[in-house]
Design a protein around this ligand. Sequence first.
Ligand code: BGC
Length: 759
Amino acid sequence: MGLQYKRYEVDNISMDNNDLMINETVFHNANGYIGIRSNYEEDYPTVYDTIRGSYINGFYDIADMKQAEKLYGLVEDKQAMLNVVDTQTIHLTVEGEPFSLFEGKVLESKRWLDMEAGVTGRTIRWCSPSGKQVEIVIKRMTSFVQLPLFTIEYSVKALNFNGVVKFRSYHLGEVTNYSNANDPRVAQDSRKYLLPVQAEIVNGDSYLTSRTSMSELRVCTGVTHTLSKEGNLHTAGLEHSAICKAEVKIAEQETVTLTKYTVFCDSIRSRDCIAAAKLELEKARSITLEEHYLAQRKYLKEFWDNCFLEIKGDDALTEAVNYNMYQLVQSVGKDEYCNIAAKGLSGEGYEGHYFWDTEMYIQPFFNLTEPSITKNLIGFRYSTLEKARENARILGHKRGVLYPWRTIMGVECSGYFPSGTAAYHINGDIAYSVIAYYLATKDLDFIAREGAEIVFETARLWLDVGNYYQGSFRINEVTGPDEYTCMVNNNYFTNAAAQYNLLWAVKFYELLKTAGKLAVLENKIGLSFEETREFRQAAEQMYLPYDEELGINPQDDSFLAKKVWDIKNTPEEEFPLLLHYHPLHLYRHQVCKQADTVFAHFIFEDAQSLETIRNSFDYYEKVTTHDSSLSTCIFSIVASKLDQVEKAYDYFGDSAKLDLFNTHKNTKDGIHTANMGGNFMAIVYGFGGLRIKESGIYFAPVIPHSWEEYSFRINYEDSQIRVEVKHSESSFTLLKGTAKVIHVGNQAYELSDKVVIHK
Ligand code: BGC
């Protein structure tokens, strides 16, 4: 196994079934619209398990979620992302012998992901059982430039014979989703969601159209092939599938290539998805594959220019971080019909659902590197406001909106409400992300158009859910980020997020009023100055639990009264605890799945003294299992803030390698996108100490002992800034845009070219 600069490579591919499934995820191709797992074209032996999947972001069907007891308002169905088609399958025969890595002899094998080219590949030298040797190179790409397009370039070189090679390339509409009845993090039941509607062969191109059984959506995939030399190429339709047969003579040392183009079109984005697929296939054919590759490189060059990040003295970590950033651009939705799923488009874990992961872990990356993508993400929440309003009414709230904890098209999809619907902090998270976008860009027009309505409506909900008691504003019966502690009163994180949401509702009201940009929205949602006074009052009187004796913020009103879980003496195989203990048992203990109060100390650091933050960090560290992949990155950030740099480094390392090393043991179900965003944050906000506040931009750089230097680039307002940190000095360079005042430590500097600060 090895990483090079923006290239991840595995030699001597393991044939262990579990490793193969992990690599299906690790080497998947995606572009934010489509995602294709990296399954073998030639299939595995039938006894092997696989998750063979191709997905479209935001394309879903509705599945039953029967509740054991029919209580009012419980969610009874959910949206699930679908496996839509299989166009990965290509069988090769060499002089009549079928190619398989499980037969004959593998002389050399390699899989790779080139993150500058945007292409994955396999290179194999194979000797057939009768001794024919071939070199096979298979490259795959999901285009960032033509989003519906997926290509497979399949080349075979004859090494020691003259003869015939045959390809059988399939287009299969009969596919199902993956399920595992024993793991709550994937679908429990296997159902056939897609029903065939139409199969058509037009001039050798195949088109298959399916419709979903409940959501009334359609998807059409179009497939076409080309051969690099004269040969037999013929496509025939079967029932809801098509097969393209190619047969070609090959001479010793000659290479023959079959290129397969697939386009995916759905009825969410186009009224007539069959017509759209025909147009997309034409478009794909209008330039050569080489030209598609060049366009892909150009797109990625811009991406890497914007999110440059380097750690000198730790190549493996640099490249793991690059891998993580690459997965974010692969996963994030590029239009307003979708968002970014917890597993991106790499697998079926969490059924393609969007969570708070987007706003609190992934959006910060795009705010600082490509804010136009953040606008799409916020735009998605904006377009689902109505659904969030309906959700609030179901939950009994007379005003405001309540965003669903997990969703695809805006409706609540969590089955188990104590660690789902009750996580009201989602409202605060979404509001926080709008505010963070504003602070990083100062784009008040967008706030006037979309952002402010989200912030006002989420603020309204807090007034409805909370109440005054003994002189302060309280929020009862909610679940904070830590899912091992559910349904509590005054979760510190939630209350702090609500306070921030309410305060910013007042600020946006004032800012927009002053700028003359409020009238339309004021009328639309009936907002008045009196209501903003209610916002301010609730914010000012928000109850934030504090324990005098320990000098910490308790996670909630009852947390400290519970038994402490003995993490040290819990056998390793019992983690994650959620797979081994009844939820009630967990809830009765002081044990945290993930950063909760510690997270609040990062994003609302001015709400508490440094001493309280330090005490809290020490306290929660002892009771946190990090069973969630959203945890170590946040602990890393706060450890950096507290000058515990080596500890921050350890947490950071865990987060950086999570998927490449399958440390959470479920990478086969998909990548962990929130952790990937959090990993970026651990450098920029953690080691770099970046904060963007109303009063300006701040840095407080620290550097781990084993690194020589690290550097990164960020966008701030109209500028791009490069930050370079060494043990002896930190420097800040204005790469683009107008001069800025930056704060480093307690000092303000005018950054018009370069500022160097010696330690
Ligand atoms: C975490 C949540 C997260 C979800 C999806 C859960 O395990 O506890 O915080 O949103 O995974 O990533």
